[in-house]
Design a protein around this ligand. Sequence first.
Ligand SMILES: [Zn+2]
Length: 201
Amino acid sequence: MYRVHGDKVIRRRTNYREENDIQKYTKILKEDFGNMCGYCGKDFNIIKCPYQKDHLIPEDIAKKVGRLDLLTDYNNLVYTCRVCNRNKWNNWPFDNVDKIHDDKVGFVDPATDEFDEHMMRDETGRIVPKTQVGNYMYKIFNFSNRLTEVWWKLSVISKEINEIDSILEKEETVDGLKQYWRLHRQFDSFIESLKKANESI
Ligand SMILES: [Zn+2]
């Protein structure tokens, strides 16, 4: 089993200047999330696609209960891919903002330790739920119909290639060749999973 975010530990900084325009948070949010989608772990350093800012507690419910501070609260922002942001949209299972989940439904902040308790990746890199709340999120983000393991494998392979490059740059070593063969096998299994998924990416 792997973490949804791989090696990256996502944490929002506590020392920042408060802004009234969330666009001004783009730079620090990107840094704090390691340029990765908080929900599906898509790595924008490798996969060039648009990123967005999601309100963990959606704007609609925040307005409804008069918590306008949540609209520009840095701690309420999640760096996301467009697909996750669109799927989450205004989904909110409560009529208040007192909690973000009740152990059955709701969301978990990806910038906390708790996220790993609810969502993981299986040995193929596919995102799987671990709890009821995890299952709620799994459905909201439509992970059962998404190629979560393909993006994961792309990140793994890309990192491996960089490592092998730097090893082989110095000299052709046994370590480098071993890594190359491991990469080759990963690439084969990646192609297999693409065939199975029968979808273009
Ligand atoms: Zn995503």
